[in-house]
Design a protein around this ligand. Structure first.
Ligand code: IMP
Length: 437
């Protein structure tokens, strides 16, 4: 039962794409199971940099089937642009990709709605979405009456369905007093464009649920690639400052259609510090020169939106919570090289809330905002680690840091990344993939 998943244990951007790309040669199928074009996964191979939004990071490898499964929301022009961009660089995407016909479609009205609602404050702050229409599309999926799935776009009644939904959406958007671009929401123009997109996407569409169920029963090796991070999970994250899907490990069975018993190994990915983009509580945020330094050293600017990321110390209370939630077996610690330049490193080991020390991750955003993190301070190692290829190459201070993180989170560290390239990776004891039964 070789099913491995890679999930982020923070607020996204943990460099999961690099890890998935590295593990892909050991699997037959890679699956993206939630989120949409809000994700930005960067894969670096030599001089080439690939930025992926919808497509699984395994797409760069020959002989691997990449699946965008039912739980993902798809923006047709964006995914087509991504496919075209890769094909222009010589990647035969047409041989490697399947997209679920059950996946829901992001339309221009979702993006318009995201723009209008993102200006509203929730608990005094904007959610700061990526403005990709993700939340409105998932809202329609749950609401059902105004939803359109990819498979619907190939039906004869699609033009009428699109006109009908658009008319309802214009009424709703009108009542929200948002500024609408009439050209962007013109029914006949949209019918033409989206029928064209449907024709181009048709050859990729498949019943990926059936495909994956056959694959697990045939004992195929599968890698599930989480997008965003566990603390952005709609049910278990820092609500309402979250994304609209289950971005923790709990999203895999629902999003891929694969029962949990086929998921045998969970790799939790963290940065050696913390970042967050958009609004919401961030207990260990450093709005000072430490945060600025981390941002510059780690080039912490959003892949999808280019926004500067908020930066701070590693929060092991939050990561431990996410690791337990995801049933994580092992940790992958990314961007260790960024800490090399800091003389002193802090780790958050607990919280104080209303004068009391607590060990759990509070469920309410206001509590997360008002708590005080408790830190342990370690001496930095101040040595370049970008050339390290085994644990023996790491300075004693870096090893101490990794040991402490493992102890506080309660998981062994199996992968350490010391730079963006594929080779700048240490596998502590061989491949961390699930072993075939
Ligand atoms: P949405 O997913 O666009 O609705 O955005 C909701 C929240 O999730 C915002 O704070 C975004 O900045 C954050 N978010 C969404 N996708 C990502 C991601 O891939 N990395 C980091 N943050 C993300």
């Amino acid at each position: 039962m070789p099913g491995t998943c890679v999930i982020g244990l923070q607020w996204g951007d943990e460099a999961k794409g690099k890890l998935v790309d590295l593990l892909t040669p050991g699997v037959e199928i890679v699956v993206r199971y939630q989120g949409g074009a809000n994700a930005g996964h960067t894969v670096v191979t030599g001089d080439e940099v690939y930025k992926l939004h919808h497509l699984p990071s395994g797409i760069l490898h020959a002989g691997v089937t990449n699946i965008v499964s039912t739980g993902v929301v798809i923006n047709p022009p964006t995914i087509l642009e991504e496919i075209d961009g890769l094909q222009a660089r010589g990647i035969p995407v047409e041989e490697r990709l399947l997209i679920s016909d059950r996946a829901h479609v992001v339309f221009p009205w979702h993006i318009a709605e995201d723009r209008v609602l993102n200006t509203r404050l929730v608990r005094g702050e904007s959610i700061g979405t990526t403005l990709r229409g993700i939340g409105p599309c998932y809202r329609d999926k749950v609401g059902r009456s105004l939803a359109i799935r990819l498979g619907d776009m190939l039906r004869d009644d699609f033009p009428d369905r699109l006109r009908e939904v658009l008319a309802a959406k214009l009424q709703i958007l009108g009542s929200l007093n948002g500024e609408l671009d009439p050209d962007e929401l013109d029914a006949e123009k949209m019918v033409q464009e989206y029928c064209g997109h449907a024709r181009r996407l048709e050859s990729y569409l498949a019943d990926t649920t059936a495909y994956l169920l056959d694959a697990v029963e045939a004992d195929k090796k599968i890698l599930y690639e989480g997008a965003q991070g566990s603390l952005l999970d709609i049910d278990h994250g820092t609500f309402p400052f979250v994304t609209s899907s289950n971005s923790s490990g709990v999203g895999i069975p629902a999003g891929a259609g694969v029962p949990p018993r086929w998921i045998t190994r969970v790799l939790g990915v963290i940065k050696s510090y913390s970042t967050r983009v958009g609004g919401g509580p961030f207990p260990t945020e450093q709005e000072n020169e430490v945060g600025d330094r981390i941002r510059e050293l780690g080039k912490e600017y959003g892949t999808t939106t280019g926004r500067p990321r908020r930066c701070g110390w590693l929060d092991t209370v939050a990561v431990r919570y996410a690791a337990r939630l995801g049933g994580v077996n092992a940790l992958s610690v990314m961007m260790l090289d960024v800490l090399s330049q800091l003389p002193e490193i802090k780790i958050c080991i607990g919280y104080e809330l209303n004068g009391e020390r607590i060990g759990h991750f509070p469920s309410h955003a206001d509590d997360l905002r008002s708590l005080t993190p408790i830190y342990e301070t370690m001496e930095g190692w101040e040595q370049d680690v970008t050339g390290a290829r085994s644990m023996d190459d790491l300075p004693a201070g870096a090893l101490r840091y990794l040991e402490r993180v493992s102890e506080l989170v309660g998981c062994p560290v199996e992968v350490v990344s010391v730079g963006p390239d594929r080779e700048q990776t240490i596998f502590v004891s061989g491949s961390p993939l699930a072993v075939s039964s």
